[in-house]
Design a protein around this ligand. Sequence first.
Ligand code: HSE
Length: 314
Amino acid sequence: MKNKFITVSAPATVANVACGFDAIGFAVNNPCDIVSVGLTNFPGIHIHPIGGAYGSLLSTKAEINTAGVAIQSFLNKTKYKGGVEVNLTKNLPLGSGMGSSAASAAAAVYAINLLFDNLFTAEDLIPFAMEAERIACGTAHADNVAPALLGGFVLIRGYNPLDVVQIPFPENLYCTIVHPHIELRTEDSRKVLPKEISLKNGVTQWSNFAGLISGLTTKNYELIGRSLQDVIVEPVRATLIPGFNEVKQSAINSGVLGCSISGSGPSVFALSTDESIANRAAIAMQQAFANYRLKTDAYLSPININKPQIISNN
Ligand code: HSE
């Protein structure tokens, strides 16, 4: 074990991907949270004042900070008796539907695992980061933390036991995420979900989900586009996002393959076959939100195929 700091960045993620509620997500290149972790002789997890655009909104108490919770969950599996120092740069907006809590948790566990000489594989780290999701929203869902840790599209085939599958996808796939400046807590956007669904909607949803997986693996863009439809979750959550229907229509008019809510919202994502369409969609979606007097940020990115990135190691 070495006495040094390791700094890692982990990216935003789009969970659900329209038809795969809690079962699939993918990583994008930006924005990223940055976490620096070092080992100390003083027991406990000490989180320094948090930097970045959204740092002042987060607690430095390790037991309610997603980086702290993920590190504690990791340490519980070791015999380590010392302490941990954490520096966090929070670049992802909170309550945005872009996997903000997951990015900090993923970067944190990836960094501490490096300090422990890769005691675990990246896949083994997922349950530690899931504990952070439990603190953040009450449910230990994996569809943000798994792609944040593994990159690309990741299917959560099962939760008990956890069974994650990396899904191949075509090269020319660009993501547009538009984040309207309202906060929607995942906990709250899960409260509106139906407890039961009709068999008819179930059939439509799992047919679309199978179509999405098939389209991704066979590089069939038309099939991906036809499958990016959510008849269960999007209709209820759309009511929480002002202008959602217009934003989605503006993306579709711009030529994207499909468009839906990113994670639990309020961000909206679209997938396109090329960068110029993704860019055109961003402008149209931002304008549609502006018509509802909402300020926005837009993020454009190919699918991120990387694991968290090591920024420094010394
Ligand atoms: N699958 C989760 C949800 C993702 O939709 O509630 C939260 O970002």
